[in-house]
Design a protein around this ligand. Structure first.
Ligand SMILES: CSCC[C@H](NC=O)C(=O)O
Ligand SMILES: [Zn+2]
Ligand SMILES: [Zn+2]
Length: 429
């Protein structure tokens, strides 16, 4: 029998080694918790992380600012608690996945022979959640003691805007008492050798435009039908969209540095209400758009454009803008964290990356939006960082995965970051 068995099948397959307790199996166990919207299992995620925190020896508190939406807060006290603390943030939730389009079930966390761990959330952002913990576990084993207090927060609802998550957490008495001086939140994978680093997010708006007009026979040409005006509006928006996209295509700006506006739905008419012939021109038509504003954009100019060009009252149009979160800080400044020497955290952070052989790419604006903006709104410097180099960007895509070697390197990177930042002794920060 031995001779007829190929050698490779005698070796233990990678994805069946999870009875052991290793950094990789801890990551896999967290990935298996079903944290996808619309029904994320927050309590299982929190109870897993709490047990891990206990085994590392961290203080844990579960807070709840919205029913069913817990925030887990872990603390590693520093020797000088009067200094502002550090906060490492991660969101608990994930976007949905379509299992039929995946090579492995999205909550199986299968590890392929080449070390890819497949799961929804592998990159976004369940990796950093467990890496933070294992970095601290290792630092404790090396008897490292922080000067500054280190906190980790696990927040719900980032993927749906964070109104019941990070927004409520940062507004709480508990958050204020943390006296946070600097925040690290999630970033994004980097296809190249360098780690990416994000100093701002774009701010999201929902825009709904509605047109009203006289209904009429499908054969009739007349001015100002709801459909005609909505289509004029879409044309005008499309031109603006192109003007922004052209700047990107010409290589003059990153896509995260321009204003994006994308149609996400149109709703008008009813198919052939009178039978076979489509002879009703509807009296109402509506379209929805996703807008993202980079920190340099002037929101008032965009509002004026909406009122005057995209949904003018003279075309019988109305509109609704939902601003999803803050766009300026408490002083009215854009939500930007300096990545220059004016920010003492920045140089320490850079050195910490270099110390483990890492390189940082040029700081970027995040094209999408994450929770760091809520901390920036309070004037707290916050950077977006997920240590994933040489990794395709797979967040929200099918077959999201992270390689085991990249994951393990990330733990080492956080050890360096946490030990450096928590040792910074500048009393003014
Ligand atoms: C309204 S804020 C939405 C936040 C969400 N974050 C990740 O994808 C995003 O769409 O960017
Ligand atoms: Zn995320
Ligand atoms: Zn996401």
């Amino acid at each position: 029998l031995l001779f007829s068995t190929p050698i490779h099948s005698l070796q233990k397959p990678h994805d069946q080694d999870d009875e052991q307790d290793t950094p990789i199996t801890r990551f896999q166990r967290y990935l298996r918790i079903k944290t996808a919207h619309p029904d994320p299992d927050y309590y299982s995620a929190v109870s897993f992380l709490k047990a891990e925190a206990q085994s590392v020896g961290l203080q844990a508190r579960t807070l709840e600012y919205a029913p069913g939406k817990p925030v887990l807060l872990l603390t590693w006290p520093g020797s000088n608690p009067s200094f502002p603390s550090l906060l490492f943030n991660s969101h608990l939730d994930s976007v949905p996945a379509e299992p039929s389009k995946w090579d492995h079930p999205p909550f199986s966390a299968v590890r392929s022979p080449d070390g890819k761990i497949f799961a929804r959330g592998a990159q976004d952002d369940k990796c950093i959640a467990v890496q933070y913990l294992d970095a601290i576990r290792n630092l404790k084993e090396k008897n490292f003691a922080p000067v500054r207090t280190v906190h980790i927060s696990y927040v719900p609802d980032e993927e749906i805007g964070g109104a019941d998550g990070a927004a409520k957490f940062v507004a709480s008495k508990e958050f204020q008492e943390l006296n946070v001086g600097f925040v690290l939140d999630e970033g994004q994978a980097s296809p190249g050798d360098e780690f990416r680093i994000f100093y701002a997010d774009r701010s999201p708006w929902n825009l709904i435009i509605k047109a009203k007009g006289t209904p009429g026979h499908g054969s009739r040409m007349y001015d100002n039908s709801a459909m005609e005006n909505l289509m004029k509006s879409v044309e005008s928006i499309t031109k603006f969209r192109e003007s922004q996209f052209d700047v990107v295509k010409a290589g003059e700006a990153a896509s995260s540095e321009v204003i994006s506006i994308n149609p996400v739905y149109v709703k008008a008419g009813i198919p052939s209400p009178t039978g076979f012939v489509m002879n009703m021109q509807p009296s109402e038509a509506e379209a929805g758009f996703n807008i993202r504003l980079p920190p340099a954009a002037d929101p008032d100019l965009v509002k004026r454009r909406i009122a005057e060009e995209w949904a003018p009252a003279r075309w019988n149009m109305t509109y609704q803008i939902s601003e999803l979160g803050p766009i300026r800080d408490y002083m009215g400044r854009p939500l930007i964290t300096p990545t220059n020497d004016s920010n003492p955290w920045w140089s320490i952070f850079k050195q910490a990356i270099n110390a483990v052989g890492g390189k940082l790419a040029k700081p970027e604006i995040l094209s999408s939006t994450t929770d760091a903006r809520y901390m920036r709104q309070l004037g707290i410097p916050a950077l977006g960082f997920s240590p994933m180099s040489n990794t395709p960007i797979l967040l929200h895509e099918h077959n999201e995965y992270l390689k085991d070697t990249v994951y393990l390197k990330g733990i080492e990177v956080y050890e360096s970051i946490i030990s450096s930042l928590s040792s910074l002794e500048v009393a003014s920060h």
